[in-house]
Ligand binder design. Structure first.
Ligand code: FCB
Length: 404
């Protein structure tokens, strides 16, 4: 049953999201580039030219505007801004400043992420988030990019710190114990380093008038099955809740949700759902509303911005179906009083998904040879959702059907 909603609150931000390393291309100074080009190869594919958005960002912004979206989330690549410790590139800062101004000139609200997974090679070499100097180094970079953030009101400090702490545990030589069998372990040292870096960055950002800063958590929607409530609580605390708790005093918290994690008495339950996405994740559009409700219960009255939600599918009508259901759930959560300020769909473009090009999350397809962008039906449909401030969701079936 579609939820009987009519529209979203006035001023609700409708947008799409990307990240620098996944779209810019030739981010040669990042640890991600280093890993992608390791011999023997660690990943199936490399980012290479990506979507060439480093040069084609004006085309991307034109698409955002022409679709009728009001917001664009993108990230600044630390490795470009600070290629060597303490040496900042004024030209790269000016590049990102042009992107911000490009958004403003088109009437698009920029939502800027300062760290989206990739770090400078030197930061990795020096121990990344587990190094004692991580927070100072991150704060120094944030200070350097302040001039590019003129006119930005939404800033995400660190994207998915919980996924970063997971990656750090994988990369570390030490043994990290998972909260339950089969569940990925997280590095507690990295958690501490990330939390300090986030707080230090927020202090620096407070110098900007009218800025709201927060971090974005990859909600795992940990769900107990067969009575495994206690074990599920332990897992939830390890992968989600301690990161949400850090956000309790922030200006907003970013919710990112795609699917859920099932925990049984023996630990992680592999998803057996018949419908899975290209990522091998259960097709579970209720993930968004569950994550929003859980986050709100955890952080109190900190406003929520949905900074990512979407689906990896080659079937564009499935993207519409998933997004529609996710948005109906979101609206119901908002009707129950949860303060959600906007929804940024992942992703604007089919882009490099951390190791491979197989998963297509985009509202827009990108030709990998000539970089031509082609808006998909889902992009046009989502543009109408934005332009009607969600009203077409109520007429959902016909509208979505007509656009398929
Ligand atoms: C999130 C990441 C984003 C993208 C989506 C699918 O974990 O923030 O870069 O990879 O998942």
């Amino acid at each position: 049953m579609p939820h009987p909603l009519t529209s979203f609150p006035t001023g609700f931000l409708w947008g799409a999201a990307t990240a620098a390393h996944q779209t810019e291309g030739n981010n040669v100074n990042t640890d991600s580039w280093m890993a992608e080009n390791a011999v023997p190869p660690r990943f199936a594919e490399r980012s290479g030219d990506a979507c060439d958005s480093y040069h084609r960002w004006p085309d991307d912004l034109d698409i955002v505007r022409d679709l009728g979206l009001g917001a664009y989330r993108f990230s600044i690549e630390w490795a470009r801004v600070e290629p060597e410790p303490g040496h900042f590139s004024q030209a790269e800062i000016a590049h990102y400043s042009r992107m911000v101004q490009g958004c403003l000139e088109r009437g698009i609200t920029p939502v800027v992420t300062l760290h989206h997974f990739s770090s400078p090679r030197w930061f990795r070499r020096d121990g990344a988030w587990t190094s004692a100097s991580a927070a100072d180094r991150f704060a120094r970079y944030v200070e350097a990019v302040l001039p590019a953030l003129d006119g930005v009101h939404w800033i995400c400090t660190i994207n998915e710190p919980n996924m970063v702490a997971m990656a750090e545990a994988r990369l570390s030589a030490e043994q990290h114990v998972p909260a339950a069998p089969g569940v990925p372990a997280l590095s507690d040292e990295a958690f501490e380093g990330l939390a300090s870096a986030h707080r230090a960055a927020r202090e620096v950002l407070a110098a900007l008038p009218g800025v709201r800063s927060g971090w974005t958590v990859a909600n795992q929607n940990v769900t107990a099955v067969d009575g495994a409530d206690e074990l599920a609580d332990r897992v939830r605390n390890s992968v989600d809740d301690r990161f949400l708790d850090v956000g309790r005093s922030d200006d907003f918290i970013g919710v990112q949700a795609y699917s859920r994690m099932l925990i049984g008495p023996d630990g992680l339950r592999k998803a057996t759902a018949s419908r899975q996405t290209q990522m091998g994740w259960e097709f579970y559009p209720a993930a968004l509303a569950e994550a929003v409700r859980h986050t709100a219960a955890r952080v109190g009255d900190v406003p929520i911005l949905v900074t990512e939600n979407g689906i990896a599918t080659p079937d564009d009508s499935e993207r519409i179906e998933y997004t529609q259901l996710a948005l109906e759930g979101l609206r119901a959560a908002m009707e129950d009083g949860i303060d959600v300020r906007g929804y940024l769909h992942w992703s604007l473009l089919d882009n490099y998904e951390w190791g491979s090009w197989d998963a297509t999350f985009g509202l827009v397809a990108v030709d990998r040879t000539d970089f031509r962008r082609t808006v998909k039906s889902s992009g046009r449909w989502y543009g109408q959702v934005a332009q009607t401030n969600g009203a077409i969701l109520s007429e959902s079936d016909q509208t979505a059907g007509a656009l398929r």
